[in-house]
Design a protein around this ligand. Structure first.
Ligand SMILES: Cc1ncc(COP(=O)(O)O)c(C=O)c1O
Length: 387
C-alpha cells in the first residue's frame, strides 16, 4: 500500500467478505471476529436489514445537502432521543467529529448562555479522537507528540479520583467529558458510583456533563447506552462506531436548551447525516431495539466473562478481567502485542491495546458456541506466549 500514507501498522490480511461474526480473506480463510471493526459491526457483518436499507437508499438518493430537508435525520434523531434522554441531534461522519461538535457546543453554550467559562475537564487514559481538539481532550500523551500547538481550554485529571476533579474545576471550566467505560485506554471501568458523583458535582456547579459513548454506545455494554448502568443522564452524548453498523456516521445529542446554543451557520458538515448514513443508522437502531440486542449482549457477555474467569485459573499471567457486556479487557502482565498477528493463523481476529490488554469487542450477536471457540483459541495463544 505504498500510495497510502503510513499511519497504520496493518496486519497482513485482506478481508473481502463477512457474515455475522465470521470474516473471510482473499485466500478463502475464515476468521472468527472478536474485533468487529473495533466495536463497530455490533449486529454482525453484512447484516441483511442494514444492507437492504442501504441498497434501497442507494437506488433512490445517495446524497442530499443539508441545504435541504432530510426527513430520515429526524427519524434517527427521534429514535436516539426517545431511547436515551430528550435531545436534539447533530449528525457527523465519525467519532472524532462528533466529539469535536460536542466541544464546539460546550464552548458556544458557555460563551453565550452560561456563567461558566468554556474549559473542559477530561481524564487520564481517555480517548476522544484524532482531530486537534479531540486529541487535546484525550488523556494520553502519546497521541499528542509532535502536534503542537494544541488548542487551549482542556485540563486532564486522574480517572477515578473525585478529589482531583474537584480541585481542577474553577470558573474557567464549563464541562466534564468522560467515557462511561474507557475503551482505548484499556477497558477501564469507573469505580462504583463515580459517574453519579460526577453528575451530582456537575449539577452543583452548573457544569455540562458530556458522555463520549462512541465506543460504549449501541448496546456494547449490555444497555443501549453505557450511562444507563448508572442512574444518571448526560447533557450531551456523542455516538459513532456502531450507530450504522459500519456505515460512517457520528452524532451529537444534546439537551434541547443546550442544543439551542447552535443556530443556522454555527456548525455544519457536507456529508453529516446524508441519506445513506441515515438509512443505515435507522435500520441498525430498529434491529437493535426490536431484537433487544443489548439484552442479548448482557447474557452472552456474562457467559463469555465467566468462561474467561475459568481460563484465568490456567493462566497466571492474566492479572485482571475487566468487562461490561461485550466490552472485555484481559489485563496481562506481559507484552502481548504480537497476539493479533499470531491469532490470524488460528483463524481468529483479536485486538490488543496498551501493549498488555487483550480487548474483546465482538459483534453482540456472537453465539455461546462461538464464545467457546474463541476461548479455546485464546487459551492456545496465551499458552504459546507463556502468559
Ligand atoms: C471513546 C471514543 N471516542 C472517540 C473515538 C474516535 O472515533 P473515530 O475513530 O470514529 O473518529 C473513538 C475511537 O476509537 C473512541 O473509542
Amino acid at each position: 500500500m505504498k500510495h497510502v500514507m503510513n499511519t497504520y501498522s496493518r496486519l497482513p490480511v485482506t478481508l473481502v467478505r463477512g457474515s455475522g461474526c465470521r470474516v473471510w480473506d482473499d485466500r478463502g480463510n475464515a476468521y472468527l471476529d472478536l474485533v468487529a471493526g473495533i466495536a463497530v459491526c455490533n449486529l454482525g457483518h453484512a447484516h441483511p436489514r442494514v444492507a437492504q436499507a442501504l441498497k434501497k437508499q442507494a437506488d433512490e438518493l445517495f446524497h442530499c445537502s443539508n441545504l435541504y430537508r432530510i426527513p430520515l435525520q429526524d427519524a434517527v434523531a427521534r429514535m436516539i432521543s426517545e431511547n436515551s434522554f430528550e435531545s436534539r441531534v447533530f449528525f457527523s461522519n465519525s467519532g472524532a467529529e462528533a466529539n469535536e461538535g460536542a466541544i464546539k457546543l460546550v464552548r458556544r453554550y458557555c460563551n453565550t448562555c452560561s456563567h461558566r467559562g468554556p474549559g473542559i475537564v477530561t481524564f487520564s487514559g481517555s480517548f476522544h479522537g484524532r482531530t486537534l481538539a479531540t486529541l487535546t481532550a484525550t488523556g494520553q500523551e502519546k497521541f499528542k507528540k509532535g502536534f503542537a500547538p494544541l488548542p487551549e481550554g482542556f485540563r486532564t485529571v486522574e480517572f477515578g479520583d473525585m478529589d482531583a476533579l474537584r480541585e481542577a474545576v474553577d470558573d474557567s471550566i464549563g464541562a466534564v467529558m468522560i467515557e462511561p467505560v474507557q475503551g482505548e485506554g484499556g477497558v477501564r471501568i469507573p469505580p462504583e458510583g463515580y459517574l453519579t458523583e460526577i453528575r451530582e458535582f456537575c449539577d452543583e456547579l452548573g457544569l455540562l456533563l458530556v458522555l463520549d459513548e462512541v465506543q460504549t454506545g449501541m448496546g456494547r455494554t449490555g444497555e443501549l447506552f453505557g450511562y444507563l448502568h448508572d442512574e444518571i443522564c448526560p447533557d450531551i452524548m456523542t455516538l459513532a462506531k456502531a450507530l450504522a453498523n459500519g456505515f460512517p456516521v457520528g452524532a451529537v445529542a444534546a439537551r434541547p436548551d443546550v442544543a439551542e446554543a447552535f443556530d443556522p451557520g454555527s456548525h455544519a458538515s457536507t456529508f453529516g447525516g446524508n441519506p445513506l448514513a441515515m438509512a443505515a443508522a435507522s435500520a441498525t437502531l430498529d434491529v437493535m431495539i426490536e431484537q433487544d440486542i443489548p439484552g442479548q449482549c448482557r447474557q452472552t457477555g456474562a457467559y463469555l466473562t465467566d468462561m474467561l474467569h475459568e481460563l484465568r485459573k490456567l493462566h497466571g499471567g492474566i492479572k485482571e478481567i475487566r468487562s461490561r457486556g461485550l466490552m472485555i479487557g484481559l489485563q496481562c502482565d506481559a507484552d502481548i502485542s504480537s497476539i493479533p498477528r499470531d491469532a490470524l493463523e488460528k483463524g481468529i481476529m483479536l485486538n490488543v491495546i496498551q501493549g498488555s490488554v487483550l480487548r474483546l469487542v465482538p459483534p453482540l450477536i456472537i453465539t455461546r458456541q462461538e464464545c467457546d471457540e474463541a476461548v479455546e483459541k485464546i487459551d492456545k495463544l496465551l499458552k504459546e506466549k507463556g502468559v
